[in-house]
Design a protein around this ligand. Structure first.
Ligand code: GUN
Length: 292
C-alpha cells in the first residue's frame, strides 16, 4: 500500500507557486491576490478559510478576508461580491460554502465574475470544464487529478466509481475522470443516495473516489484488492485525545481497507491540503490573465 501524501505534494506545489511568484514580482509584476468571503461562525468553514489565507501568505500572495454576519441579506452579500468583481487588484474570489439557508447559493455563484471564479463553480466554468476547454477546475477535483498524476497512477481504461454527486466534488469529478485526458479516460460510474446495490458496484472499482460526508462509510467488504482509494470526506468529531478537541474522520474506514489498497489517501493529510494548493494555482493563473 502506498500512501498518497497530499501534505507533501501540496507543499511541493506551493514551493513551485512561491518561486513563480517571486519571479513575477522580481520582474515588476504584482502579487496574485485572493479574496475570500466568510459568512457566519461555522467552525469548519472558519478553519478552511484560515488555512487558505495562511497558504496565501506562504506563497507570497496578497489576501483579503471579508467576514459577514449570518444575518447578512442576499443583496448585501451580492454587493460585497460586486465590490470585489470590480477591484482590479483582486485576481480571485471565493465565497466559502455552505451559506446560511436564506441565501440562494446559485445566485451568489453566478454573481462572481467567471474570470475571478477560482473555485471553478460558476456555470460558465463548469461548462468549459465539461467541454475540455481551458478554465479553472474546481479545486478539490483538480487536487485529486494532481495526486493521480504525480503518483503516476494509470487511469486510462480503468473503472472509476465516484460516491456522491455534490456540485463541488462528486459531479465535476465524474466529468473529469471521463474526459479524454490524462488523468482521465476512465469508465465512470457516479453513485449516490438512490443507487441500488452500491456494494456490488464499489467492488468493481479500480479507482474509488468517496465524497459523501459520512464518516467511515466505506468498509473492507466494499472494495477489491488492488484498488486506489481517494477519500474526500472530513467529518469533525469531538475528541478529548487531541489538543484541538476535534478529531477528523474520512468517509473510508482507513484501518480496515488499507491492506487491500494499492494507493490510498489519508485523512487528514490527503485531499484537504491539495484543495488549497489548487486554489492557489487557479489564483496564480488568474493573475497571469491566461484564461479570459
Ligand atoms: N466548502 C467546502 N469546500 C469548499 C470549496 O472548495 N470552496 C468553497 N468556496 N467552499 C467550500
Amino acid at each position: 500500500m502506498i500512501l498518497l501524501d497530499g501534505k507533501k505534494t501540496s507543499n511541493d506545489i506551493k514551493d513551485e507557486i512561491a518561486s513563480e511568484v517571486s519571479q513575477l514580482v522580481a520582474n515588476g509584476g504584482k502579487k496574485p491576490h485572493l479574496a475570500a468571503i466568510l459568512i457566519g461562525d461555522n467552525g469548519a468553514s472558519e478553519t478552511y478559510v484560515n488555512a487558505k489565507v495562511k497558504a496565501c501568505l506562504e506563497v507570497g500572495f496578497s489576501s483579503t478576508l471579508v467576514r459577514l454576519d449570518t444575518s447578512v441579506t442576499q443583496e448585501q452579500l451580492l454587493a460585497e461580491v460586486e465590490k470585489i468583481n470590480i477591484n482590479s487588484d483582486i485576481d480571485g474570489l471565493i465565497v466559502q460554502l455552505p451559506l446560511p439557508f436564506h441565501i440562494d447559493e446559485m445566485k451568489v455563484t453566478e454573481s462572481i465574475l467567471p474570470s475571478k471564479d477560482v473555485d471553478g463553480f460558476h456555470p460558465t466554468n463548469i461548462g468549459k470544464m465539461a467541454l475540455n476547454l481551458p478554465t479553472y477546475l474546481p479545486a478539490t477535483p483538480a487536487g485529486i487529478l494532481e495526486l493521480l498524476l504525480r503518483y503516476n497512477i494509470e487511469t486510462s481504461g480503468k473503472h472509476c466509481v465516484v460516491i456522491g454527486r455534490s456540485h463541488i466534488v462528486g459531479s465535476p469529478m465524474s466529468i473529469l475522470m471521463a474526459r479524454n485526458t490524462n488523468p482521465g479516460n476512465c469508465t465512470v460510474t457516479l453513485t449516490h443516495s438512490r443507487t441500488k446495490n452500491l456494494n456490488e458496484i464499489t467492488k468493481t472499482a479500480d479507482i474509488l473516489i468517496v465524497a459523501l460526508g459520512k464518516a467511515e462509510f466505506v468498509t473492507a467488504n466494499m472494495v477489491k484488492d488492488g484498488v486506489v482509494i481517494i477519500d474526500v470526506g472530513i467529518t469533525r468529531i469531538k475528541s478529548d485525545k487531541t489538543k484541538s478537541g476535534w478529531k477528523l474522520l474520512g468517509d473510508v474506514d482507513f484501518k480496515g481497507v488499507k491492506n487491500k489498497c494499492n494507493f490510498i489517501t489519508p485523512v487528514p493529510g490527503g485531499v484537504g491540503p491539495m484543495t488549497i494548493a489548487m486554489l492557489l494555482k487557479n489564483t496564480l493563473l488568474s493573475s497571469k490573465s491566461n484564461l479570459y
